[in-house]
Design a protein. Structure first.
Length: 280
């Protein structure tokens, strides 16, 4: 018998701000919807271990998607006539459009890095429509990441970005996990990581928005790796301090990509937060 993983992958037509998109979505499990957001320049393959974790999928419908321009999703028609640059407004519209199109009822939204950042605005802007958010490596403001070498004709962008992000892993994380993430980043389209970092470095600032989050309406869990120097534990702790009722944990021995670099270690921190999200 074929040894298939219990993951269903297919393409979804989604309208985002009046523009049609062909987006790749994969999912596994049933129960409380858990919508997962990948990191800048990568794709939802980062969540492959979560999608195969039966302890999670027995209670949660885990849904992951590749953003337009990323992974297996296509850019919109006429993409060659423009330059990809992500904005907070467009990012929020995309996330809302995906869960609305999929008819997810009060999902938990979990994201990492820039995905961990945007869930803070998801919580502030949509707290009446979601169950809660889990921010992995989540910061409310993170300027200074952009540089012109991220998309430069003299530099192999895929290898540059993959090797740069490799350094954000914890040194003791399994090599297989770190190299898997390297491979996903190396396959990023030209300028896609740079376009994401444009958002993260110049457009992103949720320091005032997070003050409006009511954790009685929208639960907030924050998990950050002790080896993360991009979004440090102190940066996430500052977010937690600004949101009364939020939960914050520093994950020892993990870097910036917990769900792919060292999933077995990461799940020890994740499972209690999923229990918290599932409880009524």
């Amino acid at each position: 018998m074929p040894d298939f993983e219990p993951i269903l992958g297919r393409y979804l037509s989604v309208d985002v701000e009046g523009t049609p998109h062909r987006i790749y979505v994969e999912e596994a499990g049933q129960g409380v919807p858990l919508l997962c957001l990948h990191t800048a320049g990568a794709d939802s393959r980062q969540y492959r271990h979560l999608l195969n974790d039966r302890e999670v999928t027995s209670r949660f419908r885990v849904v992951c998607f590749d953003m337009p321009w990323h992974g297996r999703s296509d850019p919109p028609d006429g993409w060659w006539l423009t330059r990809y640059e992500l904005t907070t407004k467009r990012y929020l519209a995309l996330i809302e459009a995906v869960w609305t199109t999929l008819e997810l009822d009060r999902p938990v939204v979990m994201g990492c890095s820039m995905g961990g950042a945007i869930v803070l605005r998801v919580a502030s802007d949509y707290q009446g429509r979601i169950r809660g958010v889990i921010g992995l490596e989540a910061g409310a403001h993170a300027p200074g990441r952009y540089n012109e070498f991220l998309h430069h004709p003299a530099i192999h962008g895929g290898e540059l970005v993959a090797t740069y992000t490799y350094g954000l892993n914890a040194p003791q994380s399994p090599e297989a996990g770190k190299r898997a993430n390297w491979w996903y980043y190396a396959q990023s389209g030209p300028g896609v990581y740079a376009g994401d970092v444009m958002f993260y470095s110049f457009d992103w600032d949720a320091r005032e928005h997070i003050k409006s989050i009511d954790t009685a309406r929208c639960k907030v869990s924050l998990l950050t790796g002790s080896y993360d120097y991009s979004c440090t534990p102190a940066m996430t702790k500052a977010v937690a301090d600004a949101i009364p009722g939020s939960r914050y944990t520093e994950m020892t021995g993990i870097g910036h990509f917990p769900m792919i670099e060292n999933y077995e270690h990461f799940r020890r921190y994740l499972l209690p937060e999923l229990d918290f999200m599932a409880a009524e």
